[in-house]
Design a protein around this ligand. Structure first.
Ligand code: CO
Length: 136
């Protein structure tokens, strides 16, 4: 029997790959008026966080070309890099995805920024969108 999540899955954050934080930050912060949220840097990226109600916008600038964000920008240019969904049961959701035959990047959850458990699904399994899962 499939476990049904007890709480609604929601978008935790949207990760946007940018060439330079300083150049794009004023758009989100000053023109749209999103308050900045201090975030840890992770996975070789400097991260600027902005709060859009309950959803974070994470601007990701590669610290080095040989990082996930650096490679993404070199290959595809700046743009939306991933969408992170907060789920009620990360382990259960990951198991359901695996059992459904989806290709996973992280076979088991790992610690991401801010000490939260995360796991990425492979974009080939999700219509080209890199999906990150985290816990509520
Ligand atoms: Co993320």
């Amino acid at each position: 029997m499939t476990d049904i999540p007890r709480r609604a899955t929601r978008i935790a954050h949207i990760g946007i790959a940018v060439p330079a934080l300083d150049e794009i930050l004023p758009f989100y912060r000053d023109l749209l008026g999103l308050p900045e949220v201090p975030l840890d840097n992770a996975d070789g990226a400097d991260i600027a966080g902005l709060a859009a109600d309950g959803t974070l916008v994470e601007l990701l600038e590669a610290q080095h070309p040989d990082t996930p964000i650096g490679k993404f920008v070199a290959k595809r240019g700046p743009g939306i890099h991933h969408i992170c969904f907060a789920v009620d049961d990360l382990d259960g959701t990951l198991t359901r995805c695996r059992d459904a035959g989806l290709r996973l990047i992280d076979e088991t959850p790992r610690l991401g920024a801010e000490g939260k458990r995360i796991a990425f699904l492979h974009p080939s399994a999700t219509a080209g969108v890199l999906v990150e899962l985290t816990e509520l």
